[in-house]
Design a protein around this ligand. Structure first.
Ligand SMILES: [Zn+2]
Length: 114
C-alpha cells in the first residue's frame, strides 16, 4: 500500500515537530495533499491509525485537504486547473506543461497539548 509508506514518512516529521514544540499529545493534524500524488484519503487515515499506535498522536483527527492540480503552459504561458486527468493546455492544446500546484504533500498544521 503506497499510502502506508507515504504516511510513515510524514508521520516521522510530525512526531519530530511535536517534540520540538514540547507537545505531550497531538489532537489534530491537517495535511494538504496534491491530487497528482494519487493518495486516497481513506487509505491515508487507515495508515495513520496504524502508524500512530502507541504514540502521542494516537486518536488524533487527521484532516486531509485535497489540492487541485494547476499547470502552466510553456507554449502560451497561461495557468489552468487540470480536470479529468487531461494534461493538455486548455487554450492551445500543448502538452508542454509545468506543474505549479498539486504535486506536493504538506503538513499544514499540527495541534495538540503541551
Ligand atoms: Zn497553451
Amino acid at each position: 500500500m503506497h499510502e502506508l509508506t507515504v504516511v510513515s514518512n510524514i508521520f516521522k516529521i510530525i512526531l519530530e515537530t511535536a517534540e520540538k514544540n514540547n507537545l505531550s499529545k497531538i489532537s489534530k493534524i491537517t495535511l494538504k495533499v496534491g491530487r497528482q500524488r494519487h493518495l486516497a484519503p481513506d487509505l491515508m487515515k487507515f495508515a495513520f491509525d496504524s502508524v500512530s499506535k502507541n504514540t502521542i498522536a494516537y486518536g488524533a483527527s487527521l484532516d486531509i485537504e485535497r489540492v487541485d492540480i494547476q499547470m502552466k503552459c510553456r507554449s502560451c504561458d497561461i495557468d489552468f486547473t487540470v480536470k479529468n486527468n487531461t494534461y493538455l493546455c486548455i487554450a492551445c492544446g500543448s502538452a508542454n506543461l509545468e506543474t505549479i500546484a498539486g504535486k506536493d504533500l504538506l503538513i499544514e498544521s499540527i495541534e495538540g497539548e503541551v
